[in-house]
Structures are given as structure tokens and as C-alpha cells.
Design a binder for this molecule. Structure first.
Ligand code: 2GW
Ligand code: MN
Length: 297
């Protein structure tokens, strides 16, 4: 069922997807070998998706971390762009995790949209700031998110929405193809290759980018709890995976296949330059400010 002709219809996924059509495309892989759709521009009718999710009363929480200097550097542009492009047809709750709640910008939100601030501690090592997001997300899902939202999407803050990031991206377990690796052979994927790490893997399916992942609250809770556990086991064994939480997420998604995969349109880097298969960009990486933001350990 993965070898579809261009223009052929896919009927896959959860009950909401089952009533929606996806069309194949001739130039890219639109279906994984376990039957999950890979979402590219031109495959879906945005209005059908929005109508169906509204009928089903779908609601979405977005989590984003802005700890230390990342708050002033990125958060406002991230939130303003999310207001314009992220799940505009649906109720959205933003969860901003920060150590400096008083500095969260006061943004005018659209109807049906709200923002909550969660205080987190600031870890001294940046690797820990990144990895400990897993624990904080799982806790927030358990204590709050599960009561308000069916879906959860988790984002890096150093990026901006530039096009529709809509209900076509929703599913039980959603992962994103990393813009730098979707064209590359598997041997170049930067999986963790140290057998002493719980993130170790020799082969996998794709290289997923931890800057965007999501799913139903149940699935994201399991995903983040499991990644947190494997991260902590590594700490006990005094190893750290090559790409930190991203390595652990890749391992999880290899063992628990995502039900929906997002094309790199959903998190593109302008540094890559022109690619014929990228018709639209929906989110772009912000410029890295390593010199000023990556203070040494
Ligand atoms: C991160 C690195 C160096 C110095 C500071 C920080 C930092 C990160 C920080 O001071 N404050 C903070 O809130 N963060 C959060 O962690 C923020 O949400 C940021 O987007 C996220 C990940 O850090 P980032 O974006 O600098 O790392 P990337 O873009 O290289 O991310 C990839 O690899 C990471 C693991 O090394 C994560 O897996 C991330 O999800 C990946 O996109
Ligand atoms: Mn990032």
C-alpha cells in the first residue's frame, strides 16, 4: 500500500483520518512501509481537515521551552508566528516553560487561544536544559494538558512559523523528518552509535528531528516519560547520547512507529537552499546565536 501512483488516494490512520483523503505525490515518499502517511504539500485538502477536526472537537496544546537567554532571543517571534499559522482553526493552549515567568511577553491571543506559563528550574548544562524537557512535558500532560486537549505538539523555540501548520499534522503519534537527512542514506544518520547508551541503534527508519514531535496526549506522555527514563539510565551509567534527547527520541520512534510523519516542510532550514520537492515551507529554523547564547558549561 506504499507504492501509490501519483494522485492515487491513501486512506489510513485514526478514525478522523479514515474519513479524510490523502493523495500521493510522484516525487516523494508519501507512505512509510508500516503504512503511516508522510504529509507533503499537495496531498491534502486543508479545509476538509479543519472541518473534520472541528466536528470532532479536536483541541491542541503546544509546549515550548524558553529558559535563560533563549526567552528574549526567540520566544516572542515564535508565539506571534504561531498565532498566525499554528492550528488556526482549532482551540490552542500554549504552555511556555521558563525560569523567568515575568519576562514572558504579553501577546494578544486570538479567540479560543490561551497561554499558560510553567516555571521550571534552569539546569546549568545546556544538554540538561534540552533533555529535561521530557520530564517537564510528561508532568504537565499529567497535571493539566490531559484535561483540556486531545493533542499535544512539542517545539524548540528557535524557529518561526511561516506557513500553515494545521490539522493535517495531527495524529496519534507524529514525528518530523529532519531537513538535513531526508535525502541522505541511512549510513549518514546521526543515531547514537555507542552500545553503552540506551539510545544506541544501528539501523532505523528515518532520522527524526526533535524540534517538533506530537500526538495524542496519551502517546506524547508515554513518549516523553520513556525518553526521560532512558536519559536517566544513561546518566546512571555515565554516558550521554550523541544528540541528547534527539537520540533518545529517535530510538523511541524506531521501537514505536509513528502513525504520521511530517515532511521537512514542517521545519525547514533556509541554509539548505533550493530543493525541487519542497513546494512550501511551514516553519523555518531561526538563526543560531551560538556565540552569545551557548554559554559554556
Ligand atoms: C541550548 C543549547 C545551548 C545553550 C542553551 C540552550 C537552551 C535551550 C537554553 O539556554 N534555553 C532553552 O530554553 N533551550 C531550549 O531547548 C529551547 O526550547 C531550545 O529550542 C531547545 C533545544 O536547544 P537548541 O534549540 O539550542 O538545540 P538544537 O536546535 O541544536 O536542537 C536539536 O538538538 C537538541 C539536542 O541537542 C534537541 O534535541 C532539539 O530538540 C533538537 O532540535
Ligand atoms: Mn533548536
Amino acid at each position: 500500500r506504499c507504492h501509490l501512483a501519483p494522485g492515487e488516494k491513501l486512506k489510513l490512520g485514526n478514525s478522523i483520518d479514515a474519513s479524510l483523503d490523502l493523495w500521493s505525490r510522484g516525487d516523494v515518499q508519501t507512505c512509510t512501509d508500516w503504512g503511516a502517511p508522510v504529509i507533503w504539500d499537495g496531498m491534502f485538502d486543508p479545509d476538509h481537515y479543519d472541518q473534520e477536526h472541528r466536528r470532532n472537537h479536536s483541541s491542541v496544546s503546544l509546549t515550548v521551552f524558553a529558559v535563560g537567554r533563549y526567552l528574549d532571543a526567540y520566544l516572542e517571534a515564535f508565539l506571534l508566528s504561531a498565532e498566525r499559522h499554528f492550528m488556526v482553526a482549532l482551540p490552542v493552549t500554549y504552555y511556555v516553560f521558563t525560569d523567568v515567568p515575568e519576562r514572558v511577553p504579553n501577546i494578544q491571543l486570538g479567540p479560543g487561544r490561551s497561554l499558560k506559563v510553567v516555571r521550571v528550574q534552569r539546569h546549568s548544562r545546556w544538554q540538561d536544559i534540552s533533555m529535561m524537557r521530557m520530564r517537564a512535558i510528561a508532568d504537565a500532560i499529567e497535571s493539566q494538558i490531559r484535561r483540556y486537549s486531545r493533542y499535544v505538539f512539542c517545539f524548540d523555540v528557535d524557529q518561526v512559523f511561516v506557513g500553515r501548520f494545521g490539522s493535517e499534522a495531527l495524529g496519534d503519534s507524529v514525528a518530523l523528518l529532519h531537513a538535513y537527512y531526508y535525502h541522505r542514506p541511512q549510513s549518514l544518520y546521526t543515531y547514537d552509535r555507542n552500545p553503552r547508551s540506551r539510545a544506541y541503534m544501528e539501523t532505523g527508519d528515518f532520522y527524526y528531528h526533535a524540534a517538533v514531535f506530537g500526538g495524542s496526549w496519551q502517546t506524547v506522555k508515554n513518549m516523553t516519560e520513556t525518553c526521560y527514563q532512558t536519559i536517566m539510565e544513561d546518566k546512571e551509567n555515565q554516558v550521554e547520547a550523541l544528540w541528547h534527547d534527539e537520540s533518545h527520541l529517535n530510538k523511541y520512534l524506531w521501537l514505536h512507529k509513528p502513525s504520521r510523519v511530517l515532511s521537512p516542510e514542517y521545519c525547514w532550514s533556509s541554509d539548505i537552499g533550493y530543493r525541487g520537492d519542497i513546494y512550501v515551507t511551514r516553519m523555518l529554523w531561526a538563526k543560531k546565536k551560538y556565540d552569545t547564547l551557548r554559554i559554556t558549561e
